[in-house]
Design a protein around this ligand. Structure first.
Ligand SMILES: Cc1ncc(COP(=O)(O)O)c(C=O)c1O
Length: 370
């Protein structure tokens, strides 16, 4: 699959080969990667603190900006504490490094993000899969391994099929002692919950056995990662996760930008409202085309129709008329290649209708010609 060569972008467009294209891809769900408050905060901080701290935080590389971001992220997501990591992938490594001592077995959703599996294996934890979204399957395994310490690992929102993890059900089958549920919420933060606080907030779950990991590169629109949970867990990551202790933190201007992004989500309820309106518009429009998706307030729509050749041709024709609907190859989707269309808060009703009408015309034309 060829990579895109993006020359410029806004929250809803990309320029490729010198041409502006209306885009429905990526994970910039609230448009924060291009928000002036966010990009402005980044530029201001670069002037005050430079780009890199040039050292790990526990030696000479800590700033008030990193400290403040952790406190504000924890408040936003609704956890006691947070610790920053280089990115979302590394956040999963950090939590597994910190918990490997007393969690001998990892139970992982069969379609979880690869980073969770790699993180658990690399930390020396034995990994077993449970059926995708199936808490009963997880319960059976949890029963087998309860005495070894159980680490349950799931995405909150699954990037490749738009599904929502059954977090309350998973928690109800998690052993009470020496057990932790890690919710990788890279696609739930800034999407779910009444304030955008993510999957755990969406379900209203509060439990000391829950740990949230997230990226700051998708909904938050910046870069970096974080582990969030009770204070003792955060302290444990800080004390024992090598990937935190022996690594330089995210660039200070990026941390400042992430603070601005979190403030923007919290201060502008209109962003989440627009995202939710657009999710409904896209879901209903796809349903009119005979494409059933999901019922959740999730902006990811993955689907397939008929043959690979037809989907490829529809994708090509849409692009030719200035509409980018990603047709991707990625693990965890409904088939090896599939459409993964996302809406953002920044799309207008007219733009969504333009995409849907493009799909309707080209699907019919391609079906008639093959
Ligand atoms: C579910 C999930 N977890 C982890 C990651 C890794 O996050 P990052 O890109 O910040 O390393 C991603 C992103 O690709 C993801 O989708």
């Amino acid at each position: 699959m060829a990579r895109l060569n993006v020359q410029a972008s806004t929250a809803t467009t990309i320029r490729i080969d010198g041409r502006e294209v209306l885009a429905f891809g990526g994970c910039n769900y609230l448009g924060l990667a291009h928000h002036p408050a966010v990009t402005g905060a980044m530029a201001d901080a670069a002037g005050v603190l430079g780009l890199s701290t040039t050292a790990s935080r526990e030696t000479t590389g800590n700033t008030v900006v990193h400290d403040a971001l952790e406190e504000e992220l924890a408040g936003f997501i609704g956890e006691e504490g947070a610790i920053l990591l280089a990115d979302g992938y590394t956040a999963n490594i950090a939590v597994c490094q910190a918990l490997a001592r007393d969690h001998g077995v990892a139970l992982i959703d069969a379609r979880a993000h690869k980073s969770l599996r790699s993180a658990a294996s690399a930390a020396g934890i034995q990994v077993f899969e449970y059926e995708h979204l199936n808490a009963e399957s997880a319960a059976w395994l949890a029963g087998q391994f309860a005495d070894q310490g159980v680490l349950m690992l799931t995405d909150g929102v699954f990037a490749a099929d738009g599904a929502l993890a059954p977090v309350p059900e998973l928690l109800s089958v998690l052993p009470q002692r020496r057990a932790t549920l890690v919710v990788d919420d890279c696609h739930g933060v800034c999407v779910l919950g009444d304030r955008g606080q993510g999957t755990v907030g969406h379900f209203g779950v509060r439990d000391a056995r829950v740990v949230v990991t997230t990226t700051l590169a998708k909904g938050v629109g910046c870069y970096g990662g974080a582990v969030l949970g009770v204070r003792s867990l955060v302290q444990r990551v800080r004390d024992t996760a090598d990937v935190y202790r022996r690594s330089t933190p995210i660039p200070t201007p990026i941390a400042a930008a992430a603070r601005a992004a979190v403030r923007t989500v919290q201060g502008d309820a209109g962003l989440l409202a627009s995202l939710r309106r657009n999710i409904v518009l896209m879901r209903e429009g796809l349903a009119r085309l005979g494409i059933a998706t999901h019922e959740e307030p999730i902006p990811i729509f993955t689907f397939t129709f008929e043959t690979h050749q037809r989907m490829e041709e529809v994708h090509r024709r849409l692009l030719a008329e200035g509409l980018y609907a990603p047709y991707i190859e990625y693990p965890g989707g409904p088939t090896p290649r599939f459409f993964r269309v996302t809406v953002t808060a920044a799309h207008t009703r007219e733009e969504i209708e333009r995409l849907l009408s493009g799909f309707a015309r080209h699907m019919a034309a391609v079906a008639a010609s093959t």
